[in-house]
Design a protein around this ligand. Structure first.
Ligand code: PLP
Length: 398
């Protein structure tokens, strides 16, 4: 069986919720993937910011294998070693005192939304999020997502979610009412085009929360866990949230997410108020323990910052070379975007497709930016390859 046969079979049975690349992937190692035809790809998407240590990192694989041979699942009516070890690592290395585990980013955000509401009840339930945000696809998470096209056809949206204009503190304050319980935002908006929130803006949001007695929830599903060069993106901004959600990188590809908060806020959840059957699954958590230990190993995050700075400079150089297509680069660490001009945007999908044909996986997000979220172990050599190929594609299109 080759790619096209699998694609044909997939097309018969899968619901068309994704516009997929024409490849059936079979194997991954480090920053590389191979498809059914044996074609090799350099992966600058890493399962959308998931495989931070690269594909099939040997220690992760060993931890998964070992745990799968010991205990795969048991109800959260019991304690398990991997879940506790991972929670300890998260608590020891963050502002938080307590952790709730779930399986996906949306689910972690649902937990955060529910916690903010129950903590603030009665009467305070409204959550303000930002236009351009992305918080997931379940109904509450998508209601919080400030991109109306994700709501279309699914109305009515659950009540209690409003959006503020991106970057405008006064507009945000004007939306605060006696019903407001929390402000929810990503330190860098990932899906809508790698849009960083400035330090001033985030500190202003923190101050608003303090002044009005609101909880600050950071969705670090994409920015967290080393992606921006520190364990959590907010560490670089001098702003601490009350609740933080993590997912993508946490299980190194196994479904796993977490909601972290302080002792005081966590106390609003009591037995029976919230749950997830698979949340904190031992195999996923065993992988998560390896992820956290690697991220915290001496020099690891420093290397992410170095590689990110190199990559950023290369992208800026590319933008200078092809001003008709690219206007600049933005992001932090290894969450980077090449911002496109109008002409670049018109070719956005085409650029991604041509790169794919050349064996490089990138993505075009928010309909405005080429996004790069490689494994955090990506080398300068890999980056040079990517830049060279992007240059070739731009030259073809020029
Ligand atoms: C990907 C993402 C989510 C949704 O995560 P899922 O695991 O797909 O539910 C939520 N928030 C942010 C910031 C994300 O990038």
């Amino acid at each position: 069986m080759n790619n096209s046969e699998w694609i044909e079979r997939g097309e018969q049975v899968l619901i068309h919720t994704y516009r997929r690349f024409p490849a059936a992937m079979v194997r991954g190692e480090g920053c590389r993937l191979w498809d059914e035809n044996g074609k090799e790809y350099l992966d600058f998407l890493s399962g959308i910011a998931v495989c931070v240590l690269g594909h099939c990192q040997p220690e992760v694989t060993r931890a998964i294998r070992n745990q799968a041979g010991e205990l795969v699942h048991v109800s959260n009516l019991f304690y398990t070693r991997p879940q506790i070890e991972l929670a300890e690592l998260l608590v020891r290395n963050s502002f938080a005192d307590r952790v709730f585990f779930a399986n996906s980013g949306a689910e972690a955000n649902e937990a955060a939304i529910k916690l903010a509401r129950i903590y603030s009840a009665p009467g305070k339930y409204e959550i303000i999020s930002l236009l351009g945000s992305f918080h997931g696809r379940t109904l509450a998470a998508v209601a919080a997502t400030g991109q109306p096209h994700f709501h279309r056809g699914f109305e009515p949206m659950p009540e209690g979610f409003i959006n503020a204009e991106f970057g405008d503190l006064q507009a945000l304050e004007a939306l605060i009412s006696p019903q407001t319980c929390a402000i929810l935002c990503e330190p860098i908006q990932g899906e809508s085009g790698v849009r960083p929130l400035s330090q001033d803006y985030l500190q202003g949001i923190r101050a608003l929360c303090d002044r009005h007695g609101l909880l600050l929830i950071f969705d670090e599903v994409q920015t967290g866990l080393g992606r921006t060069g520190t364990l959590f993106a907010h560490e670089q901004l001098g702003v601490t949230p009350d609740i933080m959600t993590l997912a993508k990188a946490l299980g190194s590809g196994l479904p796993l997410s977490a909601m972290l908060t302080t002792e005081k806020i966590a106390a609003a959840f009591t037995p029976g108020t919230h749950a997830a059957t698979f949340g904190g699954n031992p195999v996923s958590c065993a992988a998560g323990v390896v992820v956290l230990r690697q991220l915290l190993a001496p020099g690891f995050l420093e290397a992410v910052r170095d590689t990110g700075a190199y990559f950023m400079a290369e992208l800026q150089g590319l933008a200078e070379k092809f001003p008709q297509f690219a206007s600049g680069a933005r992001g932090r660490g290894l969450l980077l975007g090449l911002t496109l001009t109008e002409k670049g945007i018109a070719h956005g999908a085409e650029i991604v497709n041509r790169m794919f044909e050349r064996g490089l996986i990138i993505n075009f997000t928010g309909n405005q930016v080429l996004r790069f979220v490689p494994p955090l172990i990506v080398t300068r050599n890999d980056i040079d390859t990517l830049i060279r190929e992007l240059e070739a594609v731009f030259a073809e299109l020029a």
